[in-house]
Design a binder for this molecule. Sequence first.
Ligand SMILES: *[C@@H]1O[C@H](CO)[C@@H](O)[C@H](O)[C@H]1NC(C)=O
Length: 202
Amino acid sequence: MAAQFLFKVVSSYALLVSATPITSSIAAAPPGASMAQPPIFAGSGCAGDTDASWSGGVDSLTLVYPVLSGKTGPGISISDSRHNCQFVFDIAYPDNYQYSVSSVSYAGAASLDAGGTATPSGLSYFSGGTPQITWSTTLTGPYNGGYSAVYTPSAADTVWSPCGGGDSLLDVNSVALANRNAQVAGSVTVSNATVSLQWRTC
Ligand SMILES: *[C@@H]1O[C@H](CO)[C@@H](O)[C@H](O)[C@H]1NC(C)=O
């Protein structure tokens, strides 16, 4: 199933990168745009089927990560310093529309002794397409509390889904990284991310 979707996305992407769509911006998802399959997710920071969830329609996706964290410090293994959780959204839409990520807001908490840093981050791309967008924030110890950040891609950085309709697989990967330092205790979480989508006609 996944391989079929991937093939479809790869072939429509290849066909359409050379086309120059005449575009006009619209705010809302078009009629007929829908989540074609329930989202899937995987990664060391998802920790099981029941530990990640999403809400929202095809304009805004809220991803919740109850166990996504990274830790570092005395006695903590290097593999605990970074965990990730990646969602794949199968979004179907009519052939005269395309969409892109317009902003990502993400939030969590960190506890860092002096000298420690942490980097909550993420990236998004369409399966089969190479351009991706990335976001990150660096937190510097001493730090103890919540954080929230918003990433808004510039027009040049914005990556649009292929025209031509069908399915697109939107991948969103979130990463909690406590920058490795065996002497300094630190931890960071990503508790949620809200991915806003914008739509336009091809
Ligand atoms: C996201 O997490 C932050 C901090 O943990 C919290 O304040 C906020 O309400 C959460 N937002 C959503 C949409 O769950």
